[in-house]
Design a protein around this ligand. Structure first.
Ligand code: ZN
Ligand code: ZN
Length: 180
């Protein structure tokens, strides 16, 4: 049998990761054997606890551990939420196109590698948005910010910090909506 090239085991999973857990799980299932998943509502729990993850931020390793579960975003936006365990602590990441440069799946090593970036700035506080941050955006201009910062801003001013148009927080859904 011909020897496989190293990069043949590396799958680009960024598109499916950003599309949503359903697509992400499909990609994992079809290329990895030996991973046992249990679906609980819209969350997939990795029972076999053997899918590793390494997160790098602009080249520096910031997290290594196991993926515990992969789920839907609860804010209605598309994409996946991943719960990671370092053995000592649990961390939630919500990868977006603004915080992820690369995401690859190494089918040989059962490991996901994410190359993150903090080049997109919060439109409220101006700091770089991180993969580990919870984000929110303006429904009118898509301006991104830390969720906590944008919600606080909207509560005080009822407008977007970037486009200045009227937005508010819907009392029923707790989502940011355009004012009419
Ligand atoms: Zn902020
Ligand atoms: Zn706006």
């Amino acid at each position: 049998m011909a020897k496989k090239k190293a990069n043949q085991d590396q799958l680009n999973i960024k598109p499916v990761l950003l599309k949503g857990p359903k697509y992400f799980i499909q990609a994992i299932k079809s290329s990895l054997k030996g991973i046992k998943l249990t679906k609980v509502i819209s969350t997939w729990v990795i029972e076999s606890e053997n899918l590793r993850i390494k997160v790098k931020n602009d080249g520096n390793t910031v997290f290594t551990g196991l993926i515990k579960w992969i789920g839907d975003r609860n804010d209605g936006s598309k994409g996946s939420v991943l719960c990671l365990s370092s053995g000592k602590e649990l961390k939630i990441i919500r990868p977006t196109k603004d915080t992820v440069k690369q995401a690859v799946l190494d089918t040989e090593k059962l490991a996901i590698g994410i190359n993150a970036t903090t080049t997109t700035k919060c439109s409220v506080c101006g700091k770089g948005l991180d993969l580990f941050d919870e984000l929110a955006s303006c429904p009118l201009c898509d301006a991104l910010a830390h969720k906590e910062h944008l919600y606080e801003w909207v509560k005080m001013r009822n407008s977007c910090p970037v486009c200045k148009k009227g937005i508010s927080i819907d009392k029923n859904t707790n989502k940011i909506i355009a004012k009419n």
